[in-house]
Design a protein around this ligand. Sequence first.
Ligand code: GLP
Length: 243
Amino acid sequence: VRQDYDEVSAYAAYYVKERIRQFQPSKDRLFVMGLPTGSSPIGVYHKLVDFYKSGDVSFENVVTFNMDEYVGLPSHHPQSYHTFMWNHLFKHVDIKKENVHILDGNAEDLDEECRRFEAKIAELGGIELFLGGIGPDGHIAFNEPGSSLTSRTRVKTLAYETIIANARFFDGEVAKVPKLALTVGVATVMDAREVVVIITGAHKAIALAKCIEEGVNHMWTVSSIQMHPKSLIVCDEDATLEL
Ligand code: GLP
């Protein structure tokens, strides 16, 4: 538990930076990461960029897989997760373009796109560290309440609550928010050798309580991290209100 968003971001960024550094990635030994979007990781990304600029970390031998992407938004759309990732992280660091993997929400065959994504993760030996955020309803990636805890990357219909929550990024207009997304599954996240979840704000306090004080429950998909052998939640004081 840290005081506020800034301290959560600083802690999580330092943690990620140290993991990359300790792993000693090279071209024959790539560090494979899973990454989220949303407002939660913005502070982490900005601090990682600072670490990169001060020479404390390099992304040259880092491979990334993003958790999710909307279906049907052009990749250059200001609210696409492609745009988000390039603006907040990738264009500021030395990551190689071919090492960035983001689901293509405009693929002709969306199911095939999801299979391809899972196959690529497997080909690279799995994910070392999955960084995540959650929605106020406890979803991790776009694994909405009711998602199977054994789910893999797939097409998902967004919950109405998520559409409303994300309308703030679409001029506050619910009608502009895509209704479908591609998302890694709960099992895709849980397969990572380590999972780090950032949870900030009072609006996520119930989700945090459900996640750690109640049983593993597919209605609060982030609760699955209770089953993970190496997981960490970095949260702020506000998010602990219901504990
Ligand atoms: C979306 C994303 C999630 C993210 C969530 C929370 O639903 N698919 O991966 O964790 O938003 O967003 P924020 O961090 O802005 O609260």
